[in-house]
Design a protein around this ligand. Sequence first.
Ligand SMILES: [Zn+2]
Length: 254
Amino acid sequence: MIDAHCHVDFKEFNKTRDEVMERAQNKLKAIINSGASLGGNRRTLKMAQDYPNFLYPALGFHPHYAPKADRTIIEEALTEIRSNLHLAVALGETGLDFHTLKSQEAQKKQEKLFRSFLGMASEQEMPLIVHARDAEKKALEMSKEYKGIPKIIFHCYGGDLETAQLIMDEGHLISLSTLICFSPHHQELARELPLSHLLTETDSPYLSPFKGQRNEPSFVEETVKTIANLKSMDVQEVADITEENACRVFGIKN
Ligand SMILES: [Zn+2]
């Protein structure tokens, strides 16, 4: 199993990071840690050194931070990302969150930053991890203006089935999170979407499958088990196929 999207660099793990990583290593083949800020990218790269061939870095800037961040900080983050591309397996997370940020001004700032990442992914032919909320279709439409992006991963996908189909028609991937353990809408997605286009993730420290607990990468097992249950499939088969999908898109040796 692979946790295709998590944030073990976040402060929520400061007291328990070693144990969390040990549990992840005992259970999983790999995790993709997504940088969400300038500091987050730095921490992610450091952790990739500490956990070689296990923690793989993606470098990005979260759409939640885009409207508030100082332009010079964003520029610095983009410059650092460019100089560390050879160390990353993907770009992101990046994207559009029109659920959380509703003002036009904030949304314009998100779009501008998203375009910087789309441009870089296209130029460098790197996979892109996208956070899209109430903006899934818009993110997909914008991405079509950029050629050469090998794959887009719609992380923690929660949009409708029709848009998911359009995403898969473009050859992109849908990543299902631990939300499927308790959300009926996400469970329907898991039931309907073909395993060939699915990844599994936790988005930890968020979205714990266990009430009142902080999430962690090893809990991606719950996502895999729930998919197997919803599709009436063998857990091992779901684990194998989603792991292979993740290895292929992120270039991890199987
Ligand atoms: Zn995230």
